[in-house]
Design a protein around this ligand. Structure first.
Ligand code: DO4
Ligand code: MG
Length: 293
């Protein structure tokens, strides 16, 4: 079962559930956060509540593909984990050493450390949804999308759903100095999530999800890469346990779990590119890329 938001007549956002058969059912709640709160108040899981609400209801006549999807959740905060895959460690070392790769770095240290790297990535206002434009920084010459499995959390930091995240990143800014990380990661429209939230109980094994990233330029596919969440160095609950530690977590917080796909080192995103990130069972997040205006 997946949860989406789409644009309905009169520019209003409509919450809906999508079954595995692709049937779409409108939900009465205003948004996913309200759904979480109502499930919590009723002492049920979000899935049990959705099943109760859709039992005997009529599905929409439109298919999922015919709907204009919106960001599935206006996440109050988006956090991200870093260097959780060997591929990310390798890419970060390349940036930090100017390609020399001859010395051990703090990226090696964090990959093996007990405490994971977690950083603040975005707010609802900086985050776009399916079809939304992600933006390039004007002061970076080396920018990439980071395709990541993203966790949707309730107010206690429990994983209530999975979505797709794009952690847009500037490799040159981070490579110049790790203290520049917030600038390499956070700017206007530097984060995308969607197209749907797959409810946790409907995912049999979150460590066997296939992630694929494709980048198109002038209609041609210029980058394609795939990986599995089975390559994740850490457990998902390990990441959430550090996020909630002595912290206040808001209902609907999103935690991205790190990238396992990095385009070739000579690649940088350009105005007009299109990024597609697909995760099995969740869907495909598509975003056009635009230069900062
Ligand atoms: O250490 C910097 C961030 C790395 C990151 O965002 C990732 O591994 O996905
Ligand atoms: Mg990342």
């Amino acid at each position: 079962m997946r949860i989406i938001r789409y644009l309905k007549a009169l520019s209003s956002a409509q919450l809906a559930a999508v079954t595995d058969e692709g049937k779409v059912y409108e939900l009465p709640q205003q948004d996913f956060i309200t759904l979480l709160k109502e499930a919590e108040a009723a002492g049920s899981s979000p899935l049990a509540l959705v099943e109760k609400l859709t039992a005997g209801a009529q599905p929409l006549s439109q298919s999922l593909e015919q709907l204009e999807l919106l960001v599935p959740i206006e996440a109050p905060e988006v956090w991200a984990a870093g260097v959780t895959y060997e591929r990310s460690r390798e890419a970060r070392n390349y940036e930090a050493t100017g390609g020399r790769m001859d010395a051990s770095t703090f990226y090696d240290k964090v990959y093996d450390a007990e405490r994971p790297e977690l950083f603040f990535k975005s707010t609802a206002a900086r985050t776009v949804g399916p079809g939304g434009e992600v933006q390039l920084r004007s002061d970076s010459e080396w920018q990439i999308p980071e395709p990541e499995l993203a966790l949707v959390l309730d107010g206690q930091g429990r994983i209530v759903g999975y979505t797709i995240g794009n952690d847009m990143s500037c490799r040159d800014i981070e490579g110049e100095n790790p203290l520049y990380l917030p600038q390499a990661k956070v700017w206007k429209r530097s984060c995308s999530i969607g197209p749907a939230i797959r409810l946790t109980e409907t995912v049999e094994d979150p460590y066997s999800l296939q992630i694929t990233c494709r980048i198109y330029r002038d209609g041609n596919k210029v980058v394609e890469g795939s990986a599995s969440t089975g390559q994740l160095k850490r457990k998902l609950e390990e990441l959430t346990s550090y996020l909630v530690r002595d912290n206040e977590i808001f209902e609907g917080t999103v935690l991205m779990t790190g990238t396992c796909i990095v385009p070739p080192n000579e690649f940088t995103l350009a105005d007009g590119d299109r990024v597609e990130i697909e995760i099995s069972g969740i869907g495909t997040l598509v975003n056009p890329v635009v230069r900062a205006s």
